[in-house]
Design a protein. Structure first.
Length: 380
């Protein structure tokens, strides 16, 4: 599944001032801006280039048209006329050629498999585009959807999505089943749902909800609104119980974790698959419970619990070769041919090698939801 996340940036760059380096590195301090020509739409880009206090190359990026959230560049270089920077947080990179008079950079932005033209020009204080203020977080403790529409997903619409629009004015889902919605709202896996009707994993819905409070909702606020929606529009009633279930437990491996802290700001995680076969999962600004929840809801066939003890938010990428039966909520996939020498390892090996974590299979008393009543959604 492909997704172009970032399209607009503000970069702060420092140049090494040694005499040898100065001969190789042009002075690109100042404000640069241009338009990214992405498939189907154009997006404005701004780079602010300056020197950092320690004299090393560094950068921060902002997307003007996508809410203005800052993202730190992982590396920046200026050698001769070649300007480069990498943004590992979104799997992106830029490379361009500085003109002889130092007024323009002609280059390309690459993110995942996609590449788009991006030409930049120096801007003055009078011509520079304004950077939007970061959106404010929602402060409501018990938010609801003021208005919500629920539609059946078109049969030919691929993929699955939970997201918030810039500014937080809409919460959207695409291609989500009741299993997905309950998993998100209550933190449960399908095996924790008792008495669920067969349409729970068959019918798919697109939901657009407008919160009754201003600001960007955090995951807990989104879950609160979704729980209320399931009760009011799907007539969901239930009671909780405890059953002995097989579960997956994520723990730290013997050599310690390899999950670096996030380079992003804000309280919304980003977890998405660039491809499903083989699996290529991008995790950005996410907690370990967020990661466990994604594996539980989209990949594995048992509840997944986080026992790593790792706090904070993190950025990482995980690549593996799926086994037959993984991604059942995505319609199922076939494992790649095992004779492929370049295929990544299986999920359990990949998590140990790439993240320094371990998944153990165990059995434990686990909370379940016993469904007393549920109906297909009422008309909009």
């Amino acid at each position: 599944m492909k997704k172009l996340m970032l399209v607009m940036f503000v970069i702060t760059v420092a140049l090494f001032t040694g005499s040898a380096a100065m001969a190789q590195s042009p002075d690109i301090t100042g404000t640069w801006q241009g338009t990214l020509h992405a498939p189907g739409h154009d997006l404005r880009i701004v780079f602010k280039v300056s020197k950092t206090p320690d004299g090393k190359l560094g950068g921060v990026m902002y997307s003007i048209d996508q809410g203005g959230q800052p993202i730190t560049a992982s590396s920046v270089s200026a050698e001769g006329s070649t300007i480069k920077f990498a943004v590992s947080a979104i799997n992106g990179s830029y490379e361009g050629t500085l003109s002889a008079d130092g007024s323009t950079i002609d280059g390309k932005w690459t993110q995942g498999p996609g590449t788009s033209d991006l030409a930049l020009g120096r801007a003055t204080p009078d011509t520079a585009w304004a950077i939007p203020a970061p959106p404010k977080p929602m402060t409501a403790t018990d938010p609801s959807f003021e208005v919500a529409t629920i539609k059946l997903t078109p049969p030919d619409q691929p993929g699955k999505l939970f997201t918030v629009t810039p500014g937080g004015r809409q919460v959207l889902t695409k291609g989500t089943t009741m299993n997905d919605l309950v998993a998100f709202a209550f933190g449960l896996q399908s095996k924790q749902l008792i008495n669920a009707p067969d349409w729970f994993d068959k019918d798919k819905f697109d939901i657009t909800g407008q919160p009754d409070a201003e600001g960007i909702p955090n995951p807990d606020q989104m879950k609160t609104m979704m729980r209320k929606l399931l009760v009011s529009r799907f007539q969901l009633t239930f009671h909780k119980d405890t059953r002995d279930l097989s579960v997956y437990e994520i723990v730290v491996g013997k050599d310690g974790p390899k999950v670096p802290p996030t380079a992003m700001q804000g309280n919304l995680p980003g977890l998405f698959f660039r491809t499903i076969n083989p699996a290529d999962l991008m995790v950005r600004n996410a907690t370990m419970p967020d990661f466990a929840g994604l594996l539980q809801s989209a990949v594995l066939d048992k509840p997944v619990v986080d026992h790593t003890g790792i706090s904070g938010r993190h950025d990482f990428e995980l690549k593996w070769t799926p086994d037959q039966g993984q991604f059942e909520t995505f319609g199922g996939i076939k494992a790649p041919a095992t004779e492929n020498p370049d295929a990544p390892p299986d999920l359990f090996t990949a998590i140990q090698q790439q993240l320094g974590l371990k998944i153990d299979s165990t059995k434990a008393p686990t909370e379940v939801m016993v469904i007393d009543k549920v109906e297909k959604p009422s008309p909009n």
